[in-house]
Design a protein around this ligand. Structure first.
Ligand code: ADP
Ligand code: MG
Length: 301
């Protein structure tokens, strides 16, 4: 097969591993920096150009689209879909997942467990908003944040009010969320490929830190997940329409709750922690499933 890897940097661990796994299995991989691809979006015969040449004859495309390039990256991926190239994850699904609010709404309507979450643009009554999540302690999150930055724990009512008002004052988009204290600074990353959790790990924040992000000094270890956690992760990925997803769960008193669903989950942490060949599983999924024109939307979404 000829596979396009949409990645801004081919030296990153995840990109390197996917290239390696594909080549080991006899496939050809071309890395494409999405921001440098250009396309005639009005032509009847959709095409993509890159470094002066037309991209042709691809069988599959692996999008590794970061938060910063979601909109343009999704457009390039959509163009591949219009050309009939099989996407590992579809552009519509990636766009859904990149929007925290939309994701929570989609998951909640299908009955997935979630921390009680309130969103507001310009609330007249911050106290009522705080009451809606059960009062302090609570978590305030910047909608645009990643890697734990912009996720704040407000321990008291007063702290909650001033943090929310502070964020509102600078016109930041925020979520206010029930604090799942019983998860004790840990979360569970479930790596889903093709409707199965193929690997999972527990991430634990350092002493005194409620955020478990590796970028915030968290450490990862293997974990046995429960059947309920497994089915929650699989269902969450399916609802989002993602073939490959990193589903982050918290263990709450009322069962597993989904915190986020990532459409380009990193491979380094999960492969190093579990010793599994996740990149190989992804390539095998593509081998079994890729077919010309096989997308749910063909770029129509
Ligand atoms: P980011 O997108 O920046 O990673 P997250 O929503 O994943 O933001 O939050 C970062 C970390 O903070 C999570 O991995 C988790 O450990 C912790 N956390 C987030 N929300 C909650 C919550 N409602 N209750 C308890 N811990 C939370
Ligand atoms: Mg996170």
């Amino acid at each position: 097969m000829k596979i396009a890897l949409l990645s801004r940097n081919k030296t990153l661990y995840s990109s390197r591993r996917l290239i390696e796994a594909a080549q080991e299995r006899g496939h050809e991989v071309q890395v494409i920096d999405v921001l440098r691809a250009y396309m005639n979006v009005t032509s009847h015969k959709p095409s993509i150009h890159y470094k002066g040449e037309e991209l042709t004859n691809f069988d599959a495309v692996i999008p590794r689209i970061g938060a910063s390039v979601t909109s343009y990256g999704a457009a390039v991926l959509r163009q591949f879909e219009m050309m009939g190239v099989f996407p590992l994850n579809e552009s519509v699904a990636i766009t859904r997942a990149s929007d925290k609010l939309r994701s929570l709404q989609l998951l909640s309507r299908r009955g997935i467990g979630l921390p009680v979450t309130v969103y507001a643009n310009k609330p007249d009554d911050v106290k009522d908003m705080i009451d809606m999540v059960g009062g302090a302690p609570l978590v305030v999150k910047l909608l645009e944040g990643t890697q734990g930055i912009g996720v704040v724990l407000a321990e008291s009512q007063k702290a909650a009010e001033s943090i929310i008002e502070g964020f509102m004052g600078v016109k930041a988009n925020i979520l206010v969320q029930e604090y799942i204290k019983e998860s004790k600074g840990a979360d569970i990353r479930c790596f889903v490929v093709g409707g199965k959790v193929v690997a999972s790990m527990k991430r634990q924040g350092p002493e005194g830190e409620f955020r478990s992000n590796m970028h915030r000094g968290g450490t990862a270890s293997t974990i046995r997940i429960t059947p309920e956690e497994r089915s929650t992760a699989v269902r969450a990925a399916k609802i989002m329409g993602l073939n490959v997803a990193g589903v982050d769960l918290l263990r709450s008193n009322h069962g597993p709750v989904v915190m986020e669903v990532n459409s380009s989950p990193g491979l380094q942490g999960i492969e190093e922690t579990t010793g599994k060949d996740i990149a190989g599983m992804i390539i095998e999924y593509i081998e079994k499933n890729s077919k010309f024109g096989k997308t749910a939307t063909k770029g129509k979404g």
